[in-house]
Design a protein around this ligand. Sequence first.
Ligand SMILES: Cc1cc2nc3c(=O)[nH]c(=O)nc-3n(C[C@H](O)[C@H](O)[C@H](O)COP(=O)(O)OP(=O)(O)OC[C@H]3O[C@@H](n4cnc5c(N)ncnc54)[C@H](O)[C@@H]3O)c2cc1C
Length: 374
Amino acid sequence: MIMKVAIIGAGMAGLSCAITLEKHGITPFIFEKRAGVGDRFVNAESMFHILNRPVKNCVPYLREKFGIRLDPLTKVSQIEIHSKHEKGVISGDIGYLNIRGRHEDSYDRQLRDQVSAPIEYHSEQEYETLCKGFDAVVLATGDAEYACRLGNFRADFTGSVRGATVTGSFQADTPHVWFDCDVLPKGYGWVIPYSDQEANVVMFSPDYPSNIKRDHEEMWNQFYGMVSQDLHQPFRITDQFSFKHYIVGICNQPKLENTYFTGNCFGAVSPGFGFGQFTSILTGVYSAYDICGLGDYAELTKPLRANYENSLILRRFLENMTNEDFDFVAKNINMKLISRFVNNLCDSEGRMDLLKDVTPLMKLFNRLQEGKNR
Ligand SMILES: Cc1cc2nc3c(=O)[nH]c(=O)nc-3n(C[C@H](O)[C@H](O)[C@H](O)COP(=O)(O)OP(=O)(O)OC[C@H]3O[C@@H](n4cnc5c(N)ncnc54)[C@H](O)[C@@H]3O)c2cc1C
C-alpha cells in the first residue's frame, strides 16, 4: 500500500524525513509556511563531535549511514572559552561550522536540493485538517507549539536569544563562548564566524524571574561590549534577530497514533548549549524509518531522549557555576596535561561520551550547590 504522508515544516527534520521517505519509494506532501526553505535570518551554527556520542564524526556518519549530504563551512579546530578574568583554548578536530537560513550554502538549502517532492510554500494548512486526509503526519515546525497543543510536551524552561551578524576580523575555524554570571546570569554567549570577515554574536538568557526583571537591551549592550573588548575590535552590525521565551523541553511520546514529533517538536534542542541540528536530522530520518516499516520511532529515539535528559543536568550544572568556577576551568584548561586530556576528549577520534559519563558528577555538584542555596 502506498502511504500518504504529510510533513509540516521544511526545515532540518522535515527535509531529512522527506529525503529518507523518497529513498524508500514514498513521495511526501511537504507544507512550509514561509516563502522558501530557510527563508529567515542568516546565522552560523555548529556541530561538535563530543555532544553526539557514540557517533564519532557527524557529517560522514549522516552521509554514509543515511545518504544525507551536508557540506559544512569549515572544521572547528579551536574553541576559545572566555570567563570573567581568564581565557582557555580547546584544540583538535572538534566539529564543524555551518550556515543556516537565507544563504545559498545553508544546510536548509542543501537539504532542500536533495528532495524531489514539491514543497507547498505559504502553507496555512493546520495539523487538525491534515491528519484527517493523510496516513501519517510528521510535525517538523521547529517549535513546541503543536506538541503543547496536543498535551504532549514537557516544558523544562524558556529562554531568550538575542543575536547579530557583524563584520570584523575573525579566525574562521574558531568559535568563542562566554560565561560571565554578572553580565549573563545563568546564561552564556557565543561568537561563530561564517568567514574571516563575518560572524554571529549571540547571547542566551534563561527566563528566570531575576533575569526577566533585568533590562534585556542593557544586558545585550553589556555582552556586546565585552565581546568587542575581548576580541579587540569594534564590529559593524549588519543584521539582528531576537526570540523571547522560547520553550525548551521534550515531547512525552515521540509518536501519537500516526503523528510523529520531530526536530524541535520532539525536543531536539539540547538544554545545555542549545544544539539541535544533529538530533533534528536523526528524528526526521527515524520517523521516515517507522513510516516505511524499517524501525520503531519510539525505540530509535530513546538514546536522543537520554541525551536530552543528560543535557538538562548539564544546564543545571552550568547555572550552578560561579564566576570563580568558570575562571578556574578556563585557566586550567590551558595546562598541558589537562589540555591534552580535554583535546582528546573533544576530538573526532575521542571515545568518551562526556554527557553520559560525567552526568553523575554533575548531579552531585548540583545537589551540593542547591543544598547550599536552600
Ligand atoms: C540562534 C540559534 C542558534 C543555534 N545554534 C545551533 C548550533 O550552533 N548547533 C546546533 O546544532 N543547533 C543550533 N540551534 C538549534 C537548531 O537550529 C535547531 O534545533 C534545528 O534547526 C531545528 O530543526 P527543525 O527541523 O526542528 O526546525 P527548523 O529547521 O527551524 O524548521 C522548521 C520549519 O518549519 C516551518 N514551519 C513552522 N511552522 C509551520 C507551520 N505551521 N506550517 C508549515 N511550516 C511551518 C518553518 O518555517 C521552518 O522552515 C540554534 C538555534 C538558534 C535559533
